[in-house]
Design a protein. Sequence first.
Length: 480
Amino acid sequence: MAARTVKKPKRLKNIPEVVAETAEPTLADEHSESPTAVTPADSQTAAENPAAAEDTTNPADLADPAATDASSDADAFSDDAASSDADAINDADAISDAAADELTDRPVDLEAAWDNAHEAALREAMLEDEADDLPTSQRKPIWPLIIAFLITFILATGGLTFVVRTTQNLAQEEAAAIKAEGDSYLNDSIASIQEADATIVSLNEVISTDLNDDTLPQYEAVLTRVENANGTLDSAVASAELARSTYTTTDEQNLAQAAIDSALYKKQLLEYGSALINYDLQAWRCQTHFDTAAALISTADSNMIEANNYAINGDDYSLTMAIEYNNAALEQLNLAETELALAKEAFPQVDTSAMGDFIAKRKESVTLAIESDQAILDDDYDTANAKTEEFNTKEAEAFELYSLFAEDYRQPIRDAYEKATSETLADYHEAWANAADRDAVLREYTGMEVQVEPSPTASAAATTDAEGDGTETTTSETNQ
């Protein structure tokens, strides 16, 4: 059998007729148990031979009430669909166009597919219209959904608020705990600083006090406390550093840094203050040896004067006594030389050359006096005269050397002390001012009292005028 070619049908303009021709068999399937299907072949036969179509038509089928009702229902439905839902019809037209486009590609049953597409679109429109026609009482109410939405929204919002507040509370509690930990470290640091302040105050008081036999124990005692105070300030720095690393705000970290700076500046105070006290002690010990040496020089001078008085008599007993006194003077000058060496050892910065040179010159002259007296006892007058002449020369030189320190033999100590301590004292004052500045910051935080004086004054053991304390020595003029 030769394949037939099916032409693409034209787009239908009259929707009710299309429904009557295409939707009838399908709607009959839904409403009747024995539908009569119209195939494309039958439609073609009827078109080619109208007479045959009339012969093959069963009058009984046309008169079937069920078929008639189905056709009427389809017509009514299509009219209602066309009038109530134009959008659904347009969808049906679009589907029919798509089905028509496929007719050229499908050689068999394309018209049936096209009809079925129309039928599906119309059925969808019918279902939508039936839903719109339902009574209000049969529709599902919307307010339960609204209530459920509101409840869900409230619960979600409340839960979110709770989470946010809980998170904020936890953050606040954590921040408070961190701050409390930092405060604890800072308080420990400040407590250590205050403990060390007691030693610093005592140190400053000692520095501001003249050193003498009565105050010497205070000097020695405060030095024993400096080492412990240094350890305490080390602990203060460590605690303040922990506080600074724990704190989270700039102000808190600056406060911890102020504690660190205060402790470090006070460590400098201990360092410079201890150096000043050590200089005081050195100068004081040096001065003690200077005083002893000066006293020995004075005693030696007295013995030389006594020896000269005996030597003038010229007899053997007097010469013997002169030699004895001069030997005592020589021994005392040797002791004075030893004391001067100890003074240099106590305070290496001091210049002992003036007194040292004088002692050495006096020892030479005393030795010459002894040799001259002995030569007279031995009846060697030439030697005695030579020694006496040389003795007078040495005594003149000794007198010149004595004039260099006779007015104030302690001046070399003061000069050395001032030179040694000037830089250290300036550093001490600067550290004091810096520590006081940092303490002012801490005082705003804790009310801590800074017990140190704003302008400390250092004193030197050797700065006290020695007028009236020393023993004036004079050279004896011997005429032999």
